[in-house]
Design a protein around this ligand. Sequence first.
Ligand code: SF4
Ligand code: SF4
Length: 413
Amino acid sequence: MTIDLVDAVPVRLGTKGERGRKRLDVGDGFRSERHPILNVVMLITEECNLRCDYCYIRKQPRTMSQAIARRSAGFLFEHAPPPPAALSITFFGGEPLLEPGLIELVHAEATALAAGQDRPVAFSMTSNATLLSAANVEMIERLGISVRLSLDGIGDAHDRHRRTRAGRGSFALIARHLERAAALPSVSVRLTVSPETAVDLPGSIAWLGERGFRSISFSPVIEAAWSEDDLAHLYAALGELHRMQAEWPGVRIGSLARTGQALESSGERWGCGAARSFVAVDAEGYLYPCHRFVGYFRNGPGQRVGHVDRGFDVDAREQYIVANHSSSHAGCGHGLFRDDIGAEERRCGNCSLLSVCGSNCMAVNEYMTGDPTVPPPINRVLAQIEAAASLQSSGAHGSHFDPCRTPAVEGDQ
Ligand code: SF4
Ligand code: SF4
């Protein structure tokens, strides 16, 4: 299998909202009642103490009321499959550690509900790592919260985009907490990779690994303008990471955990759990298919799928459940297909790049093309780069709830 990166690169890299959503047929398998939810992602505050320039979440001083926070936990248990199915809650923001009191409150509420239903509930959090004080770390450990730290890299690589409200770099703010954070029982780091910092990726991961972090993943800023040179840097960085991973089995570089064998397999599948097995709740209690929809569409009404007080908007939710399945996804015209797949069948569900392609991200699709089932060209460019670098790799995913990496098989709820 060869991948022609030269052919892949000269494409238009962003076409925000040019098309518009089409109405999808909702078959039996996509009905709302067939899809209980297992997780809620709670934007307990939409305020943040940083101003990362690529962040898709609108910073606004809105914080959940205690009533909405409790209702969000209750909503999960009311729409869950019967016990003993395990549930989970993810604290998201903004920066969730700005509101430790709400975290305690939701944890207490959900723990009581879980005890009443005789089922387990787990908790996770995404944080920018600036507020990992001794008191907050004590709370995280006491409540058993799995933490994902969102960084860009080390030193200047982090400071380039992740700045304080005053415009200063924020690495110094997190550096003093990293040793304490690395000792948490369940912690991972997710590096956001921008065109300017792709070159720093191997060095940043090596630095974190040497300081005790054992689960590190990375994700390119898909909305950024990637030049041919930037993409070449990313490709070189991925090659270097594969070499590091082979020599450093104690550190799991999560985004490399997709094998050449997986690349060979295609077939229709679910993209992620958005709208299907989890939903996001914004600070005012509105439900969205996932956290990205909240930010990309500025808490707008067009992407809502309900409210925690009023329940699901079943029709809106079912449209996203259908959109989440690869059978709904238009192929980009540049995927990798078996020879016997005809032109009319060249959809994402038949593409060998599906497992590494972002084509199933409804949020990115709708944001960049106006249709959750139509992937933008940058998806397949990044997929081709990742595939080229991944074909020889192997590994396993971490245990942190990752909305974008929920099991891609039917019947997993
Ligand atoms: S968008 Fe991705 S999965 Fe779909 S056909 Fe193109 S490369 Fe394949
Ligand atoms: S893959 Fe996209 S749609 Fe799915 S949870 Fe992640 S951001 Fe949302």
